[in-house]
Every structure is written in C-alpha cells, then in structure tokens.
Design a protein around this ligand. Structure first.
Ligand SMILES: NC(=O)c1ccc[n+]([C@@H]2O[C@H](COP(=O)([O-])OP(=O)(O)OC[C@H]3O[C@@H](n4cnc5c(N)ncnc54)[C@H](OP(=O)(O)O)[C@@H]3O)[C@@H](O)[C@H]2O)c1
Length: 273
C-alpha cells in the first residue's frame, strides 16, 4: 500500500473542521508526512487538542478560530495562516454538518442551514484562498465532498443537495483553473466513523471506515495531483457505475443493501452543538 511517507515535507496546509473527525485525522496524517498546519474550526478547545497532537509530531500547528459561514472570519484565518506559517500551499475545505431527515419532513430553514455551511461555507474558503494561489501561481484546493455528492441516499436529501452542489462547483473550478498552477481535488468518502454520524448505524456490507483512510486519500490527491478520489474505492465506484447504467439499478442497490442505515438513539451532534 502507498504511504506517501514524508511527501508533505515543507508544505504549509490549512484545514477547516480540524477540531474533529476527518479534519483532525487529516491534520495528524499530514503532520506525520512533514506538513506544518493551520487548524480552523469554531471550537478552540478541540482545535487545541488537535494542535497538541500535531506538535507532538514535531510540526508547527496554528489554531485559528473561525466560522466558515462568515467570509470575513475565513479571510482573517487565511491571512493569519499565511503570516504564522510563512505562506500557504494547500487549503483543505473539509468542515461540514449532516442532517438525517426525510425530504417530506424537512423545513426550509434546515435546508438553508446545511447549504450555508456545506456549500457556501466551502465557497467562502475557496474565495478567501484563491487570490493568494492565483498570485503565487501554485496551490492545491482539496475538498471533502461525500459519496452523497455522487449518489443520493435516503434520508439525506438536504445533505445530499449540499454535496451535489459542491461536487458540481469543484468539477467546473478544476477545469477553469487548469494551467494556472492551481490543483483542485475532490474526495468522496463513504460513511466514516466520526462524531458527525455517531447516531447512525450502517449495514454490515458498508461498515463505517476509519477517517484516516480519507486523510490518506487527501494526501494522495495533493501529492499525486489526483482530481477525484472515492473512499473506499471499489464499492463506491460500483455504485456510481450502476447509477450511470441505470438509476433504477443504483436505487435498487441502495434499497436491498440497506445503505440508508438506521438511527441508534444517540443524539445527533448538529442538534447537540
Ligand atoms: N463522517 C462521514 O461519514 C462523512 C462521509 C462523507 C463526507 N463527510 C464530510 O466530511 C467532512 C468532515 O466531517 P466529519 O465526519 O469529520 O464530521 P465531524 O467530526 O462532525 O467534524 C466536522 C467539523 O466541521 C467543523 N464545523 C462545522 N461547522 C462549522 C462552521 N460553521 N465553521 C467552521 N467549522 C465548522 C466542526 O468544528 P467546530 O464544531 O469546532 O466548528 C468539526 O471540526 C464534512 O464535510 C462531512 O460532510 C463525512
């Protein structure tokens, strides 16, 4: 298996959502590979925990409190990351929220909130870092989308909408930025074992994965300039191929395999936070 050991030596990366789950796993994996990091999220205490773990790996960690739905806070975070790290090479748009609710029961304010964080929040990050990357004629923007941005699975309509929007925007962005020196990569994880979906049990055929698998994919996308990576590869590719052949076939695969999963009674963190 490819490890890319030390391949991020000298790279300065900012990660949103670095206080938890995939963002934290990516911070630790990037630090192991030699990167210095700017860690962005709202909760300082949890960011400090990630920072301590990064520093224990002898890499620099800058903690930057910011809400990605506020463009000014994101711009300030980018400026501060550049100032404290001496520049920026990679921006990982990763922060996001999840909502599990059947479409018929969704309220418009819930749908707007999830779009505000997952889609517009991500774009606030893109537009905060893009001028810098265009100016220096290099940089990588990598985003954590979701397999829900390739094939919608019930009961996630609001979340799926936000991830399809991200998927579409980044597909265009990467084509438009071709030749500018800026690389754009999108990662599509299946369900991962993070606080975001602690209240969801998955079927045995698609158990929750270790968020470090996503972290490794992010690094691979940065180092090998991959455009799109699904995690895990095989089952995700199978579902998208099935969907390309026939939506009825992929709907059937979702249904017979119980890919919707079920709630286990744990309080969802979106409500808890
Ligand atoms: N877990 C999965 O199965 C899975 C699968 C596919 C894709 N994803 C995607 O992967 C990304 C990371 O999710 P995760 O599973 O690691 O979830 P998580 O453990 O809940 O982490 C989410 C992170 O996003 C941050 N965040 C949320 N709202 C924010 C805001 N308004 N401003 C700044 N930061 C904010 C949170 O930090 P604070 O609360 O401190 O701000 C936290 O660090 C998300 O985009 C998610 O949709 C997850």
């Amino acid at each position: 298996m490819e490890t890319d050991m030390g391949k991020m030596e000298g790279i300065r990366a900012a990660i949103t959502g670095a206080s938890s789950g995939i963002g934290r796993a990516t911070a630790l994996r990037m630090a192991k590979e030699g990167a210095d990091l700017a860690l962005i999220a709202r909760n300082r205490e949890r960011l400090e925990e990630t920072a301590e773990a990064v520093r224990a790996l002898s890499r620099k960690a800058v903690v930057l409190e910011a809400d990605i739905t506020d463009p000014q806070q994101v711009r300030n975070a980018v400026d501060e990351a550049v100032r404290q790290l001496g520049g920026l090479d990679v921006f990982h748009c990763n922060a996001g929220i999840y909502l599990r609710c059947e479409a018929k029961d969704l309220r418009m304010d819930q749908i707007r909130k999830i779009m505000e964080v997952n889609y517009f929040g991500c774009l606030n990050c893109v537009y905060a870092v893009l001028p810098l990357f265009l100016d220096q004629k290099k940089g990588t923007i990598v985003t954590t989308c979701s397999m829900d941005g390739k094939k919608g699975v019930p009961p996630d309509a609001a979340y799926v909408g936000s991830k399809f929007a991200m998927n579409g925007f980044f597909q265009v962005l990467r084509q438009e930025l071709r030749g500018t020196g800026i690389h754009v990569a999108t990662i599509y994880p299946s369900r991962m074992d993070t606080p975001q979906i602690a209240h969801v049990d998955c079927p045995r055929i698609t158990p929750k994965g270790d968020p470090d698998l996503v972290a490794k994919a992010v690094i691979r996308a940065v180092v090998k300039k991959k455009k799109e990576l699904m995690v895990p590869g095989f089952s995700c590719h199978l579902l998208t191929w099935a969907d390309a052949i026939s939506p009825s076939l992929s709907d059937w695969l979702v249904r017979v395999n119980g890919l919707a999963g079920s709630e286990n009674g744990t309080a969802p963190i979106n409500e808890a936070r």
